[in-house]
Write a protein that binds this ligand. Structure first.
Ligand code: GRF
Length: 205
């Protein structure tokens, strides 16, 4: 079955762009965002990818929000979700509906520098403060806990003398642009097997 991905983004959308530009084995069916006027929407327009803006704060009850979101995902025949800088917690019923079919990218080597409060520049600030010499990025399945789902792929990036959170963020982000499409390609070609919390990566043969 072809992977039809909804990318969820709240910001600049550079990972969204990388995912779209490398969509050989999978299809990007939808961009979901909780905010209007963000870079990711421009990119969706440029590549003629449908977009769905849904602000959770606009719903009085969470059930109605969840139902509207699941309905949109059904409408676009989405069978996989890739979170790319989406700054809202995914409601539990959506996590359940997409268990084993939802991934996230985090700009550090999880489980280090992950969890509640570790997002955006805060991650890179914490990395520099800790004095570690290597950071990186991680793509993992999403479960009910922040940044704790099974890890699929991660790749290191060196911390160099004189790095600021901004220079480090830029270097990690560049690497993310390779890592995320690569991981989705592996999933789309059936080479990632998830059983419970254990992941097996298969070769292409
Ligand atoms: C990336 O650093 C990603 O790891 C994190 O949010 C950032 C999104 O950047 N989850 P962009 O919007 O894809 O440029």
């Amino acid at each position: 079955m072809q992977l039809k991905i909804a990318v969820f983004a709240s910001g600049g959308g550079s990972n969204f762009r990388a995912i779209v530009e490398n969509a050989h084995a999978y299809k990007v069916a939808l961009l979901v965002s909780n905010r209007s006027r963000i870079g990711a929407l421009e990119i969706a327009r440029h590549y003629s990818i449908p977009q769905f803006i849904l602000n959770p704060a606009a719903f009085a009850v969470q059930d109605a929000y969840v139902e509207r979101l699941l309905e949109a995902l059904r409408e676009y025949q989405v069978n996989f979700i890739a979170l790319a800088g989406y700054l809202r917690k995914i409601p539990a019923p959506v996590v359940r509906a997409f268990r084993g079919r939802m991934v996230n990218i985090h700009p550090a080597m999880l489980p280090a520098f992950g969890g509640k409060g570790y997002y955006g520049m805060r991650v890179h600030e914490a990395v520099l403060k800790s004095g570690v010499q290597t950071t990186g990025a991680t793509v993992h399945f999403v479960d009910e806990e922040y940044d704790r789902g099974p890890i699929i792929l991660q790749r290191p990036v060196p911390v160099t003398a004189g790095d600021t959170p901004a220079t480090l963020a830029r270097r990690v982000l560049e690497m993310e642009h390779q890592l995320y499409p690569e991981t989705l390609h592996l999933i789309a070609t059936g080479r990632v097997h998830l059983s419970g919390r254990t992941i097996t990566l298969k070769n292409s043969d």
